[in-house]
Design a protein around this ligand. Structure first.
Ligand SMILES: Cc1cc2nc3c(=O)[nH]c(=O)nc-3n(C[C@H](O)[C@H](O)[C@H](O)COP(=O)(O)OP(=O)(O)OC[C@H]3O[C@@H](n4cnc5c(N)ncnc54)[C@H](O)[C@@H]3O)c2cc1C
Length: 397
């Protein structure tokens, strides 16, 4: 009888556990360091507009799984194949999955930790607990999570100022034209932005800039990216470099140990060494890791996809953005638009869309299919809103 142990009860860990159980495995143990039952992380920065609720459980049925919450794995004994918990308990495994996720990157200029950060339910409770209407907030970092939080704090009646070290918002992974639309939407609701800002230090309720200026705020939040949670893997001697290194089947440098989700840097057949930091990747890699743990040998080839919400606007993107590629723009009837990226042979490589709510979903799904099929697309056809993407898909079939 095979013992499967999974460390990390986030999206990747849960999906893997459920997939193993659904495949008929009887000994699946899921260990999660957080005390609370597993919850949907993206909802933390986009609470329900009506109720304000940001605690939404992950939609995975935990029946017939052994779930150990609130206990942290502190070591892996690869000789005897056992995971050691902080309680001293040892869990024997035949196959082990590391789905340890990531932690927010700390601001080097904030050793005292005055700036709050957002990763866990506890972090969200701390931030929203201080988000009083009429108060002021500084968001350090104009990435997706920082800007989603800026929108939510504005919705709660705070005055929000965003400080960004780079020359523009959403510098990683989002085309500049789409980032501009998102920034304009924020500005319309009163969010202000400072770019190319150097922060000297963060103090209690203030930020001091390199030029000596002091900005007071009731709440300071840093959202400057994440770092993969690799401590366990490093101490076990597994190969790690910006994540736990896995091959295209999600196997680490130890054939009995797998990794998936935010913590894993995968040898992706299309993109080479890449670590994805998105919800769907965690779900898909979790399910894929389960298959790999059962001995199935397929490569993980799924395209990266993510969404992000800003006030009434929804962004969705598929594939990896490269600003140097040729692009085509398609305007949609509701004011939204799509941006396609093609390689030198006019093969579609990536697409992103911005529009009201989830209005771009269907087109992004079709773009994903076109990319998967390696479809040749004339830029004029992509730009023509009268020509359905479905018809391009038929040509590509
Ligand atoms: C505020 C916020 C908003 C987001 N919004 C979006 C979005 O709109 N769209 C999108 O695509 N993505 C979004 N993401 C990213 C997405 O949530 C993550 O990519 C995804 O949740 C990663 O899942 P994971 O299972 O790999 O890691 P995690 O969800 O981080 O789970 C890892 C778990 O492992 C546990 N753990 C770590 N080490 C140990 C140990 N030694 N022992 C026991 N347990 C351990 C951790 O406590 C954690 O619970 C958002 C993330 C955040 C924080």
């Amino acid at each position: 009888m095979t013992h499967h142990v999974i460390i990390g009860a986030g999206e990747a860990g849960l999906r893997a556990a459920a997939a193993l159980r659904d495949a008929g495995e009887r000994h699946v143990t899921l260990v999660g360091g957080e005390h609370m039952p597993s919850y949907d992380r993206p909802a933390l920065s986009k609470p329900d507009g009506e109720t304000g609720l940001f605690h939404r459980p992950i939609a995975v049925d935990l029946a017939r799984l052994e779930v150990v919450l609130g206990r942290t794995a502190k070591g892996i004994d690869r000789e005897t194949k056992a995971v050691i918990l902080t309680t001293g308990e040892r869990l024997a495994y035949d196959r082990l999955l590391l789905a340890t996720g990531a932690r927010p990157r700390r601001l080097a200029c904030d050793p005292a930790g005055h700036a709050l950060m957002l990763r866990t339910l506890g972090d969200a409770e701390a931030i929203y607990g201080k988000a009083d209407a009429g108060g002021s907030a500084i968001l350090v970092g104009a990435g997706l999570i920082g800007l989603e939080l800026a929108a939510e704090l504005t919705r709660r009646g705070m005055t929000v100022r965003v400080l960004e070290a780079g020359p523009r918002a959403l510098g990683r992974g989002v085309p500049a034209e789409i980032a501009d639309v998102i920034v304009s939407r924020h500005r319309r609701s009163g969010v202000t932005f400072d770019f190319d800002v150097r922060i000297e230090r963060v103090e209690h309720k203030s930020v001091v800039l390199a030029d000596g200026a002091r900005i007071e705020a009731d709440l300071v939040v840093a959202a400057v990216g994440i770092e993969p949670e690799v401590g366990l893997a490093v101490s076990a001697g597994l190969a790690c470099a910006n994540g736990i290194e896995v091959n295209s089947r999600l196997v680490t440098s130890d054939p009995s140990i797998f990794a998936a989700g935010d913590c894993a840097v995968i040898d992706h057949p299309r993109y080479g060494r890449t670590r994805f930091e998105t919800w769907r990747n965690a779900c898909d890699q979790g399910a894929h890791a389960a298959k790999a743990m059962l001995g199935e040998a397929a490569s993980f080839e799924t395209l990266p996809w993510f969404w992000s919400d800003h006030f009434d606007l929804g962004l969705q993107a598929v594939g990896l953005h490269d600003p140097l590629r040729r692009s085509a723009r398609r305007d949609l009837a509701d004011g939204g638009w799509l941006r396609f990226e093609l390689d030198e042979n006019h093969v579609l490589q990536a697409a992103a869309g911005i529009g009201p709510g989830t209005s771009v979903s269907r087109d992004i799904r079709l773009a994903e299919k076109l990319i998967e099929r390696g479809a040749f697309c004339a830029p004029e056809a992509l730009a023509d809103p009268g020509l359905g993407l479905k018809s391009l898909l038929k040509v590509a079939a």
